[in-house]
Design a protein around this ligand. Structure first.
Ligand code: GLA
Length: 404
């Protein structure tokens, strides 16, 4: 009898310590997250100066005004664990500590993100989260972290769903709302389960800074913009407010020519992708700035319906992508994948599309007309009564918003 009483007491006590209904934090990432991440440009060369200066530049360049919010340090900020097992930031590169850095970023009106990995070691060989999930989540909460990117290196014998769920529960138990970004490269079909676990999930391996190529690194491959786009087929149905497919961070400003950068950015917007800049914001050219901060294209990405766009047609290397928008509007983006210009003609009188996924119809054959806005020229160019004929340069886009 006595034993039963103690057992019951123990169950009640332990139960009260565990978070009830552990879940991902609600109310975050209503639209695809926007921000900056250190990896694409700086890899392991990260420091508190870089992060502070990037936060400054985010504000000074108008990127913050355009909607960019999270400043995320990727791999290599961490060097060891202390005697109690708590994660330790590199004291040479982050002498003021992560909390001070998060405070600095917050004081700019921005949010702060960090990186770790589900295995024992990160992809850069640094100490990672396995077996330390609850402890690390406590550190992140204490430091004021708002966003965690969680990678998938060194995880050979791990089950992805349980590994990521453990970290989700640890974050929830720590109590600070944190956007949880899963980075298992689409290996375990995250589109089928990650919605309950995190706010965004990578759908592919790493992006490579080229428009149309595959970079073979021996044991793994990195993919150009076109190759990543092709891997998004069929994923639209899995994304929406609070849960997004992530085709990886942007390479805009890292060397692609301007039309390619424009096409890359437009397509990420059509995919309702997280817009995480990956260039050096401190030295950005005005041309790069005008791509990353094009508010009209950003509005396509951030549309409140949160419907991921889809490839509707392909003809002569020109793809037509469609994305239903709020208020009955549509984004129509024509992507010229070829290395030479293409003349395109859209006879709106024959254009009628029903998107069975979102239950929306774009029908310009009827008498009801749409106005047309060119999102890169930033001007209205007529309406759907007239056939549209134009030339799209090689590796470029024509991005239109059709609205009533
Ligand atoms: C993996 C991820 C990248 C980056 C690196 C860091 O490759 O996919 O985005 O975080 O690790 O080592």
């Amino acid at each position: 009898m006595k034993n039963t009483k103690y057992t019951l007491l123990l169950v009640v006590l332990v139960g009260s310590l565990l978070p009830l209904h552990a879940q991902k934090f609600q109310g975050l990432a209503l639209t695809p997250p926007m921000g900056w991440n250190s990896w694409n440009k700086f890899a392991c060369d990260v420091s508190e100066e870089l992060i502070r200066e990037t936060a400054d530049a985010m504000v000074a360049t108008g990127m913050k005004d355009a909607g960019y919010e999270y400043i995320v340090i990727d791999d290599c900020w961490q060097v060891s664990r202390d005697s109690l097992g708590f994660i330790v930031a590199d004291p040479k590169r982050f002498p003021s500590g992560i909390k001070a850095l998060a405070d600095y970023v917050h004081a700019k009106g921005l949010k702060f993100g960090i990186y770790s990995c589900a295995g024992n070691k990160t992809c850069g060989g640094r100490p990672a989260g396995r077996g330390h999930e609850y402890q690390d989540a406590l550190s992140y909460a204490k430091w004021g972290v708002d966003y965690l990117k969680y990678d998938w290196c060194d995880t050979e014998d791990l089950n992805a769903i349980s590994a990521y769920t453990t970290m989700r529960d640890a974050l929830y138990a720590a109590g600070r709302p944190i956007v949880f970004s899963l980075c298992e490269w689409g290996n375990n079909k995250p589109e089928l389960w990650a919605k309950e676990v995190g706010h965004l999930w990578r759908t592919t391996g790493d992006i490579y800074n080229c428009f149309d190529c595959v970079q073979n690194n021996g044991t793994w491959k990195a993919f150009g913009v076109m190759q990543i786009i092709d891997k998004q087929d069929g994923l639209s149905k899995n994304a929406g407010p609070w849960h997004w497919n992530d085709p990886d961070m942007l390479e805009v400003g890292n060397g692609m020519v301007s039309n390619e950068a424009r096409a890359h950015f437009s397509m990420w917007a059509m995919l309702a992708a997280p817009l995480i800049a990956g260039n050096d914001l401190r030295k950005m050219t005005s041309e790069t700035q005008s791509v990353l901060a094009n508010k009209e294209v950003i509005a396509i990405d951030q549309d409140s319906l949160g419907i991921q766009g889809f490839r509707y047609a392909v003809k002569d290397s020109v793809e037509t992508w469609l994305k239903p928008l709020n208020n009955g509007a549509w984004a129509v983006c024509l992507l010229n994948r070829s290395t030479s210009p293409r003349v395109v003609e859209i006879n709106w009188k024959t254009f009628s599309v029903t998107d069975s996924l979102s239950n929306r119809i774009l029908d310009t054959t009827t008498r009801e007309q749409y106005k047309i806005r060119d999102l890169w020229l930033k001007k209205n160019i007529g309406d759907t009564r007239k056939t549209l004929k134009t030339t799209i340069p090689a590796h470029d886009v024509l991005c239109l918003k059709l609205f009533k």
